[in-house]
Design a protein around this ligand. Structure first.
Ligand SMILES: [Zn+2]
Length: 125
């Protein structure tokens, strides 16, 4: 396990230590954080995105540092797996069904096929 992964786990623990915010600003972030503690590598990178998206209203003395560490990890992993899907590891072809899928790719890096597995295919089409 890289030191960076340890660093990410340690900031996740800082978030989880703020139990007073569980029912307010942290909300869904709590679940994402708990799951993130068991992850590393590509999986953890995707998880940091969900955590970052869910702590935007979190106010805490450590919040700035926590966000910085999570963002840096995200950027670092982006360089490592550029073009590869974090779930299946295949090279991601620029073939997306719609703007929503394309946007999801920009956030998580997931290929269309894995997005279909995770989110389910849009039946209205
Ligand atoms: Zn994939």
């Amino acid at each position: 396990m890289s030191s960076t992964t340890k660093e990410v786990h340690s900031v996740i623990k800082r978030i989880l230590a703020d139990e007073r915010a569980y029912r307010t600003s942290l909300n869904y972030a709590v679940g994402y954080c708990r799951a993130g503690l068991t992850m590393s590598g590509h999986e953890l990178k995707v998880q940091t995105l969900y955590i970052l998206n869910n702590i935007t209203h979190w106010r805490h003395a450590d919040a700035k540092l926590v966000r910085k560490v999570l963002k840096e990890y995200k950027e670092e992993m982006k360089a490592v797996d550029h073009g590869d899907c974090p779930l299946c590891g295949e090279k991601v072809l620029d073939e997306f069904r719609d703007a929503l899928s394309k946007r999801e790719y920009e956030i998580s890096g997931m290929c269309q096929s894995c997005q279909d597995d995770v989110f389910g295919r849009n039946e209205s089409e």
